[in-house]
Design a protein around this ligand. Sequence first.
Ligand SMILES: Nc1ncnc2c1ncn2[C@@H]1O[C@H](COP(=O)(O)OP(=O)(O)OP(=O)(O)O)[C@@H](O)[C@H]1O
Ligand SMILES: [Mg+2]
Length: 641
Amino acid sequence: MVDRMRTSADMPATDFAVASDSDDVDPTHASLPRRVILAFAGIEVLFKVLVGYSYLFLAGAHTATERRTSLTWYIAVSLPFTAVFFAGLVRLLAPQRRWYREQRAGQVGDATLALAGEALHRLPSRVAWLWTFQWGCALAVLVTVREVTCVEAGALFLATMITGPQPVARGIARWLAAPSMLQVSLLARERGITLRTPVLPLRRRLVQFGMLIAITPTTYVASFAFSAGASRTTIEDMRAPIAICAIAIVAFAAISAGLMAASITRAVASMSEAIRAVARQGDMTRVARIPQQLRDEVGGLAASINEMIDRLERTAAEHAAMSESLAALNHALERRVTERTMRLFEANAVLQDEMAARDKVELELRHAQKLEAVGRLAAGIAHEINTPIQFVSDSVQFVTAASTDLLALVDKYQIAVRAVLAGTPALPAATEAVEAEHAADLDYIAGEIPAALRRALDGIDRVSVIVRSMKMFAHHDQDMRDVDLNQAIQSTLIIARNEYKYVADVDTELGDLPLVRCHVGEINQVVLNLLVNAAHAIADVHQGGDGRGRIAVRTSVDGDDVVIAVSDTGSGIPEAIRHRIFEPFFTTKDVDRGTGQGLAIAHSVVTEKHGGSLTFTTELGRGSTFTIRLPIRGKGAGLAA
Ligand SMILES: Nc1ncnc2c1ncn2[C@@H]1O[C@H](COP(=O)(O)OP(=O)(O)OP(=O)(O)O)[C@@H](O)[C@H]1O
Ligand SMILES: [Mg+2]
């Protein structure tokens, strides 16, 4: 059957496949009623002959007349029961005929399908019992009517007939019904119809088979022995019937064994074929289910395998659905990632713009703070400039007055000289000149004029230093350049002088520094902030008193860095605010003294702009030291190297 189905025209390209199209009329199925009736007609004839022969023998019919009489009785009694058997058979096959009719009409109803399926599954046992009934009844009548001499022989013969035909008829019917059973169960499965089918455990089938093999020969031999004894027939007379019966028994046994083995091996082959197909196929819908021809453990196993394939199919379908939704999810996720990435890019661009704007604002802020510092220092610087200018002014006034006196004296000298040259009396003019000389204090003038001029020049020098320092301080450089930091610090000290000169003396210990790559204007601003903070801290300590503090400015080289340390003997920084002093706008000072930007800007300039560091140590009541560390070769030089 499996092989036939494999070559079916509409078979899918699998090794084990079934045709489930009901339009494709199965010839085997279509001819089932006819085949069953023909087969049982043949077997009936065979049995009739065999049993008739045995009956004649048992009935002790030795003469021709006796035989004729017995045969007539035999035929007369058994024929009606045979007719009953075939009538029953035709009735049993009625659902099959209905199915056949509907299939030819092109439409098999679900009810017909269910009926045919159930009838098919019950067919073997019903046929077997029908057949047993026929033979049982016929023989019982014969034995009773003909008064067989040995009752035991008749009973044993009856038992033989019951055990013999049962398995034979059952096996033959099952074998004949198998193809139709397969098609019906497949179609039922396709339509989702559950067939109500009886279950005969394999154990019972095997026991039945064993009984057939064991009891049949025994009962035959026993029946012959008894009847031989009863009819006093010689063993020679019994030889032929015994041989025929023996052959028939062996044939029945062989046929039954073959049928049983075939049904089991066919089912097992179907199962292994199906399991192989499961192992090979990815698509379970293309794997055919195992035809369930047996209603025993083997059939149960087939059902379990079918269930497993069904479950695999369902799981595969679920997997497919899941992977489909997973793919959709993945797609959506990718789209979202792309969208987010785009948004991130946009946000990044905005951030870049904002950072650039912030840098610009920061730069402007630093510059503004510098200008503010300069503004705040302006009065002091003006004072610083005023002092030397005062010298210059005084000296120039002195020189001016002295030169007027000198010019008057020269005038007197000229009058005296002209009188001498003209030969006129020159004494009065000379006397006048000498008096004027005394009055002008010529020695003093001669000594003081150079000193006054030197002082004026000094004053001018100091003014020009301050101006130069201011220029240097205010320098707004875009690019870094190599700078003499000591000189820059000195300039800053000059312009900040007015801030500290009243409260502190400054010690400078400027080491030998190489040129340092930096934005000098901004470093000046940092140093100025530190100096002003130091002066303020010292002023806070000596408030109102006339004591003075000290500010020390030291520079040195440490490895690849230059170090600028600004120490003061001021108040020190309280523990509570140490972590905040670099915060923008953090101040402990009055509005007119500070805005809290000095150290924040200094920190940003040193660390961010120059890649250096700004640290401090402090001791309350003793003072603080702020230390700037700058890479000599500028920001990032260490990394590049
Ligand atoms: N050398 C120091 N000694 C003691 N305290 C200091 C010293 N330097 C800074 N501070 C403290 O740190 C605070 C912040 O200093 P910062 O220079 O940032 O701002 P400011 O001096 O208050 O104002 P600005 O510098 O903007 O004029 C100061 O208010 C002060 O309390
Ligand atoms: Mg400050």
